[in-house]
Design a protein around this ligand. Sequence first.
Ligand SMILES: C[S@@+](CC[C@H](N)C(=O)[O-])C[C@H]1O[C@@H](n2cnc3c(N)ncnc32)[C@H](O)[C@@H]1O
Ligand code: SF4
Length: 468
Amino acid sequence: MNTTTADAPLLSLLARCDRPGPRYTSYPTAPHFRTDFGLEELKAEIAACTTGASRPLSLYVHVPFCSSPCFYCGCTRIITRDRSRGERYVGQLLSEARMAAALLRRGRPVEQFHIGGGTPNFLGLSSLAHLVQGLGELFEFSATPDRDYSIELDPRALGSPAEAFATELARLGFNRVSIGVQDFDPQVQAAINRVQSEEETLSLVDACRDAGIASVNLDLIYGLPRQSLAGFQHTLRTVISARPDRIAIYGYAHMPALFKAQRQLDATTLPDSRTRLSLLALAIEELESFGYRHIGMDHFALPDDELVRAQENHGLQRNFMGYTTHAGADLLGLGVSAISRIGDSYSQNHRALADWERAVEAGQLPLWRGLRLTRDDRIRAAVIEQLMCHGRIDIRDLESEYAIRFGDYFANSSPALSAYAQEGLLRMGPDSIAVTDAGRLLLRNIAMCFDGYVNEGAGATAPMSRTV
Ligand SMILES: C[S@@+](CC[C@H](N)C(=O)[O-])C[C@H]1O[C@@H](n2cnc3c(N)ncnc32)[C@H](O)[C@@H]1O
Ligand code: SF4
C-alpha cells in the first residue's frame, strides 16, 4: 500500500471504520469467559476429550514482573525492583504445574513452550534454569529441531552480559527469542518511559545468533505518542538491518481505563487515525520492499520462515501467543492471568497475583473463569481464524465441515459484509470471501461481522482497543 496523498480517500475510509474491537486471540474473547466454569468443568472437559489424550501440548508460562513501567503497556505486569520475588514465583509456578500435570495424561510431547510477560528475564539465569528444569521433570520436553521454545526478552533487564545470557538460554533448550523494541526515536522513548539504545538491542540479537538460537523476533508498535513517519522509518531500517526472522508490528492499544500507566501519557501527543494508518502503511511498504512477507494481521517474516510456509499451505493458526504452526496441540497456561485452551474449552487463571498465590498455596489450581465452546462458537471461531490467518474464508470447506449453508447461517452478517465489499475491502464470491489489500488493515472489523457476542453481555462493555 502506498502512503502518498493519492491514498487520501482510502485513508479517510479506513479512519471512518476506526472503532473499538477485539483482537481475536481467541473466540469467544476473554471478557465472555464465565466464573461458573471452574475446576470440575475443566476436569470434565479433559475426561470427555479422550481423543485428545495423547495430543501434543503447548505450554505457556506468564512471568508478570518488570523493573520499570513502560507507559504504553497493556500487559499483565507488576512493577518491582525486588528480584527475590522471581524465585518465590518460580516455586509457586512449579506447584501449579505439578497440579496441572496430574490432570493430564503423561507423555504428551511439548511441541511449543513460551515464556511471556511481563519480563521473563526479570527472573535471572538461575531462576530461569530452575523453572525450565522443574517443568522438564513434569512434562515431556522435546529436543528435536522442530520444537518451538521461545522466551520474551527486554534487553534493558538482562542482569548479565548478553553473550552469557544467550548462551544459557540455548543450553536450556530455547531456539527462539522475541525482543521488545517498540521505537528507537529518542522523543518517543522519552514519552513512553522506555529508553533503550539501538546498540544494546542489536548486540542482544547478535548474541542470540552466536549462541545458536535459530529464530529472532523483534516487536515494534505504531501509534505511540510523538511518533513520526521519519522517526519510524529510521526505526524500521535499523530493525531490518539486523535481519530478524520475524517482526511484529502491533497497533498501540490505548485503554487508560484498564491500564493505569497509560494515564501518564500525554494523550494530545498520540497520532490520529490517519497518521496511525500512514505509520502502518509505511511499515508494510518498508518490510515488503526488504523481502519480508506479511503474515496475518500484525506479523512479518522472512520467506523461509515456517510461518510463511504455514500460511502458504493453510496450517497457520492464531492463539494467545500470536500466530503459530502448532495446530493440533492443547494449550496449557501457567502463572498469573494465563489462559489455557484444552479440548473445546478456555480457562483462565486469576488475574490478581494475590488471588493466584492464595489458590496455589492452598493446593488448588488457580482457575478464575472459562467456558466450553458451543457448536455455534466453534463455527464462528473457524471463520474468524480463517480471516485472521489467511485473509480469506473458504465457504465450501466450512459448509462441508460443519454441515451448514453458509449464506443462511450468516444471513445476519450479510449487510455489513456487502457494505465492506462495496467499499472495496472484500471480494465476495460463491465459494469464498477474500479480503483485499486495503481490507487487510481492517481485519478486526471484518471479523466482527461474524462475532455472535459483539453486542452481548460483559464482553460488550469491556474496554477494547481501536481497530485502526
Ligand atoms: C510482554 S511484552 C514483551 C517483553 C518485554 N516485557 C518487553 O517489553 O521488552 C510483549 C509486547 O507487547 C507489546 N505491547 C505491550 N503493550 C502494548 C499496547 N498497549 N499496545 C500494543 N502493543 C503492546 C509490545 O510490543 C511488547 O514488546
Ligand atoms: S512493555 Fe514489557 S517491560 Fe514494559 S512494562 Fe510492559 S511488560 Fe514490562
